[in-house]
Design a protein around this ligand. Structure first.
Ligand code: H2B
Length: 93
């Protein structure tokens, strides 16, 4: 099990464009059309399965919201930061 990060660690490690919302880190991605968002959500799911660390993924019209927390630890850990970084790298690929 990963250790919970402190408030300072979270602020320091949060990737650009991500925000903290309580025990979650959050980012909303915007797309030119609905199906590009759906395809992005599929890619996020594949990363989540590979990492065995799963976000809450909300698909809306032309945007997808990703919410990450470590359920077993009850807060934000390195696994959440790592997932956010992996998603960012895929989004910018
Ligand atoms: C049993 C437990 O759900 C699994 O070990 C994994 C699955 N994916 C997970 N995803 C997230 N975000 N947090 C977890 O604690 C977690 N645990």
């Amino acid at each position: 099990m990963a250790d919970l990060l402190s408030d300072d660690e979270i602020e320091a490690q949060l990737p650009d464009e991500w925000t903290r919302d309580g025990d979650e880190i959050v980012r909303t991605y915007e797309f030119d059309d609905y199906l590009r968002g759906v395809n992005f959500a599929q890619m996020v799911g594949e990363i989540a399965e590979a990492q065995f660390h799963h976000p809450e993924t909300i698909i809306r019209y032309e945007e997808v919201e990703i919410r990450l927390t470590s359920h077993e630890e009850g807060g934000i850990t390195d696994e959440d930061i790592d997932m956010a970084e992996l998603i960012e790298s895929e989004r910018n690929a």
